[in-house]
Ligand binder design. Structure first.
Ligand SMILES: [Zn+2]
Ligand SMILES: [Zn+2]
Length: 150
């Protein structure tokens, strides 16, 4: 599956293509995640409010949920860090996460198609995807000598 290029279609096109009603909050949320990959719920809330004024936290949660269900957003949840949302969906890419500050980077799929890892024992399953999180220290935290525990 080719990666979804965030610039190829407007949020309105994406919503219609997914069979979702076009609402101001959904459009604003797609803008927010398009501007900042791996946005947290707080990031999205902040920019939706900046664009639309008063929007409830629950409304933003509902929007993120609907967009994730429709696969317009991908939700990633690094253990011990807040969930992040991104618009790069459907390409089985992975993430490198800083265990100290939570910074995230995209890591392309190692072999170019899912699953890019072969399990040592597949238990008879037909394996479709593999999600890898590479944990470590980002350059900033490495130079500041952070020793945050895993
Ligand atoms: Zn860091
Ligand atoms: Zn990503």
């Amino acid at each position: 599956m080719p990666p979804t290029a965030p610039t190829a279609a407007t949020p309105e096109d994406l919503l219609r293509g997914a069979g979702l009603r076009v609402t101001a909050a959904r459009v604003a949320a797609l803008h927010a995640v398009g501007d900042k990959q791996h946005a947290t719920t707080d990031d999205v809330l902040g920019s939706v409010r900046a664009e639309l004024g008063k929007v409830s936290v629950q409304a933003v949660y509902d929007v993120l949920h609907a967009l994730t269900d429709a696969r317009l957003l991908r939700r990633i949840e690094p253990a011990g860090h807040p969930a992040r949302y991104e618009r790069r969906t459907g390409d089985n890419h992975h993430h490198v996460v800083c265990r100290a500050c939570g910074a995230i980077g995209d890591v392309d799929c190692a072999v170019g198609h899912a699953p890019c890892l072969t399990p040592s024992d597949d238990h008879g399953f037909v394996v479709e995807t593999a999600e890898v999180t590479y944990w470590g220290l980002c350059p900033g935290c490495r130079t500041s000598g952070s020793t945050a525990p895993i």
